[in-house]
Design a protein around this ligand. Structure first.
Ligand SMILES: Nc1nc2c(c(=O)[nH]1)N[C@H]1C(S)=C(S)[C@@H](COP(=O)(O)OP(=O)(O)OC[C@H]3O[C@@H](n4cnc5c(=O)[nH]c(N)nc54)[C@H](O)[C@@H]3O)O[C@H]1N2
Ligand SMILES: Nc1nc2c(c(=O)[nH]1)N[C@H]1C(S)=C(S)[C@@H](COP(=O)(O)OP(=O)(O)OC[C@H]3O[C@@H](n4cnc5c(=O)[nH]c(N)nc54)[C@H](O)[C@@H]3O)O[C@H]1N2
Ligand SMILES: [Mo]
Length: 760
């Protein structure tokens, strides 16, 4: 039904127009949340420490810190994330005695996270109905026995969520590899894996190429498939400054995300009074997964301009620095306007306007997030972004380049220090030389492989360094059943979540310190280090009193688990390493490229920048050049009555952690079990705004259903619909993965809607 869409019907939203993004409402909202959870003193203490040079790195996102810091260097959502961690409530042995696993399973994800901090190591013994306390040493002994009893180290999998510090993550991967497996699935597999794969192949580095100050020089910032107002609010200040300077900011998105339309800069006078200024100069309402078609259209107009006027392409750059231009040119010429217009769903006039802006810009930055990475052809889409930039040499020079905006605050650093199921030989060779281990060379399991391996018994021990594996992955009930088949599950966590309740036969729940807390593992205050979205490594040091005396740091827990399982290795005295984190960093300096003189350089005020060849036009590809090529316009075929669904974040959540039930900027309040559909599609389907429906997803002949979701008439492209992550995860088909990166296609899968048979 998507292919003959009439023009958009008039805007009809569920609620009235919300106020500008950020502004006083945001400040109040974050202060209220902080005060409620942490009390006035802890709230003040924690909020004045966020992202300061001697404070801790905000766990809210990976956007870098500016050189000039204001007293309050945090955003509404970052404040909520730290207040959530600084929670005064406790989930202790009395809590677990009072609540059976079955009773806890019946509670909502929101309720679970709201019970407070985990403070004691707990164990669930085979067949037990409750978790019970266990001493740290006994817990490590139990886990070590299970790990040593495995027929092969590949029967264990070690999941990481991107909040773990470089120190914790490095020890963790070292433990897995010393044990003998590369089974290191991580949240990156669900997130920016497609960016990594696409950029590695085209530029020779799996990361972005811009720095914060490039935004001060760009004439055009493209924001594709990203909602910074909610997910990277500190980025809005950068964008607002660029816009005020006259740079064009173009948002490419199926949704008219509010914060880009009007933003009240909290650190300006007008902003403080809630008076907003527009950031985005153009909004391009693309269909879900219509980005390749749109970019193809823009490139077609660029080539046409080159033919008529000349001097448009950066020939010198294309000749000297790229391969594959001829193929790219052919693919652009061969794409028909019909395919471009239908595929993108964008009117010709909007494509022309975007092309004009692109042609007028000397310097262009392209930013993107999950709206590009979670599709079947995500890797190809990101290569197409590189194609567009390359035409006018917008790579490897000031004010221009690629900027995949990372999610978790240290997801990029975790990958750099070895959390990778498919590491390069170069990485392993260096790791082995630096640490004296002999790493396995077999490719390990990513997230989806791990779920399948748990399902059929190939993985028997599952360890998670943070995160919420069950709720973050596709087909929640299926993943839950898979985890329940494990012999042992080990969860290292700060707060209770669904993954702690879907346990293996035996389960350990190990409480750890959070970013905000003082870490005196070696007898004195320690800092850890993280890498931001732009490759800058810097310190993070918490100051709050820990939530309980039994809490341990992540590096300490990992080192003790490794010691119990493997004992000390010739060059690795696991527990001694955590007496002084400088020792862990020295080991990283020896065994990971780019970390020379780590301890010295990370003590500089703003940390240090990891090597990034493409910034100076040194491409790490086999040919030594940027690889361009032909990327086909994708087709997702929907049958009659079917829609393409994307799963998105609301303003009141951090991934699977739901803070509240409102989505302020989208005008949705008090509920999350909703499906956003275009009013004309509702009418065509004979459904009504406010009605409850059962949503069924269809993939390769298999169906999954979530019942009783409420319909909301919303301004999005015809044939598309949206629901929230993680509520809609039971619908995401496990078998539907991006080519090359394996990322689940959480932003495009086929669904149908039917009046609900059961109202919740
Ligand atoms: N407050 C808060 N901050 C966060 C997080 C959080 O949950 N809460 N999560 C963190 C993490 S781990 C991540 S990865 C990031 C996520 O940050 P985002 O990627 O911004 O988050 P999403 O809500 O998943 O949505 C992406 C956007 O993509 C759009 N989109 C969907 N499909 C398409 C498409 O086909 N094409 C285009 N052009 N756009 C599309 C959606 O409409 C939405 O605006 O944020 C990080 N920061
Ligand atoms: N349908 C759909 N699914 C998605 C996405 C989507 O857009 N749509 N997005 C995907 C993306 S981008 C990502 S990154 C993943 C996220 O997947 P995960 O990283 O696995 O999930 P989170 O919700 O971030 O994990 C939250 C839990 O982490 C624990 N935690 C918090 N802080 C700490 C800490 O300091 N240490 C430790 N050890 N534990 C801590 C708490 O117990 C908390 O409950 O989800 C993915 N899933
Ligand atoms: Mo993410």
């Amino acid at each position: 039904m998507a292919d003959d869409s009439p023009p958009l019907a008039p805007r009809r939203e569920a609620a009235s127009q919300p106020a500008p993004a950020a502004g006083p409402a945001a400040v109040l909202s974050s202060l209220r949340y902080a005060w409620d959870r942490s009390g006035p003193w802890r709230a003040l203490r924690v909020l004045t420490d966020v992202n300061q040079r001697n404070g801790f790195d905000c766990p809210g996102c990976a956007w870098p810190d500016p050189k000039e810091r204001s007293l309050a260097e945090f955003c509404e959502n970052g404040a909520r994330a730290v207040a959530h961690e600084a929670d005064r409530r406790r989930v202790d042995r009395a809590f677990f005695a009072a609540h059976s696993l079955a009773a806890l399973r019946a509670e909502s994800d929101h309720w679970l996270e709201q019970q407070g901090r985990l403070v004691e190591p707990m164990v669930r013994r085979p067949g037990a109905t409750h978790y019970e306390p266990i001493e740290w040493d006994a817990a490590f002994g139990l886990a070590a026995d299970e790990l040593r009893a495995l027929a092969s180290p590949d029967e264990a999998a070690f999941y990481t969520s991107g909040r773990a510090s470089n120190e914790a993550a490095f020890l963790y991967q070292l433990f897995a590899r010393a044990l003998g497996t590369n089974n290191l699935p991580d949240c990156s597999n669900l997130c920016h894996e497609s960016s990594g794969k696409a950029l590695l192949r085209t530029l020779g580095i799996g990361k972005g190429t811009v720095q914060l100050d490039d935004f001060e020089k760009a004439d055009l910032v493209l924001i594709l498939g990203q909602n910074p107002g909610t997910n990277h609010p500190r980025m809005l200040s950068t964008l607002a400054e660029a816009a005020a300077r006259g740079a064009a900011i173009v948002s490419v998105n199926p949704l008219r995300e509010r914060a880009l339309a009007s933003f009240a800069h909290p650190q300006t006078l007008l902003g403080a009074f809630g008076i907003g200024a527009p950031i985005a100069s153009q909004f391009v309402q693309v269909r879900i997964n219509g980005d390749v078609a749109l970019l193809k259209g823009v490139m077609k107009l660029v080539l046409a301009e080159e033919r008529t006027k000349g001097g448009v392409l950066d020939r010198a750059f294309l000749d000297e620095h790229t391969v594959g231009f001829a193929e790219l040119e052919r693919s652009i010429e061969e794409a028909s306007w019909d395919a471009i217009l239908k595929g993108s769903g964008v009117p010709m006039a909007d494509i022309e306007r975007l092309a004009r802006t692109y042609l007028e810009a000397e310097r262009v930055i392209a930013c993107w997030a999950m709206g590009l990475t979670q599709h079947k052809n995500a890797v190809s889409t990101i290569r197409e972004v590189v194609n567009l930039l390359a035409l006018r040499g917008n790579l490897g020079r000031e004010g221009a380049g690629v900027c995949p905006v990372r999610g978790h605050s240290n997801v990029q650093g975790d990958r750099t220090v070895g959390i990778d199921e498919a590491p390069t030989e170069a990485f392993l060779t260096r790791l082995d030389a630096g640490t004296g281990i002999r790493s396995p060379r077999r490719r390990g399991y990513d997230v989806v492989d791990t779920i399948r391996a748990l399902e059929d018994g190939r993985v028997k021990v599952f360890v998670a360094l943070g995160g919420n594996f069950v709720a973050a992955t596709p087909e929640t009930p299926r993943t839950a059943a898979a985890l329940r088949k494990a012999r042992l599950t080990v969860q290292i966590a700060t707060k209770l979540n669904r993954s702690h309740l879907e346990t293996g036969e035996t389960a350990l729940l190990l409480p750890c310190l959070g970013r905000t807390e003082r870490d005196v593992t070696g007898g004195r205050a320690e800092f850890v280090t993280v890498e931001d979205s732009m490759g800058v490594v810097h310190r993070s040091e918490g100051r709050l009193e820990p939530a309980g005396p039994a809490l341990r740091s992540e590096p300490w827990i990992v080192a003790h688990l490794a010691h119990a399982t493997l004992g000390d290795l010739p060059a690795i005295a696991w527990r001694d390493l955590t007496r002084d984190y400088d020792l862990i960093r020295d080991l990283i300096a020896e065994s990971v490229a780019g970390f020379e003189r780590y301890n010295e350089r990370v003590r500089a005020d703003d940390g240090f920048l990891l090597p990034n060849g493409p910034r100076t036009r040194e491409w790490g590809t086999p040919s030594g050049k940027v690889v361009l090529g032909a990327e086909p316009i994708p087709r997702l075929v929907t049958g009659p009555g079917e829609l393409v669904m994307m799963t998105i974040r609301s303003h009141d959540q951090f991934n699977t952690t739901v803070y509240g039930l409102d989505d302020r900027y989208r005008g949705i309040r008090g509920e999350r079990d909703v499906v956003l559909v275009h009013p004309a599609d509702l009418e065509a389907l004979g459904l009504e705004h406010g009605e409850r429906v059962d949503v069924t997803s269809h993939h390769e002949g298999r169906e999954r259903t979530v019942r009783g979701m409420k319909l909301i008439a919303y301004d999005l492209p015809r044939g598309n619909c949206a629901a929230y992550f993680p509520e809609a995860n039971p619908l995401v088909p496990l078998e539907s993965q991006a080519d090359e990166s394996g990322t689940p296609t959480s932003k495009s899968f086929v669904v149908s809607l039917a009046p609900s048979v059961a109202t919740p």
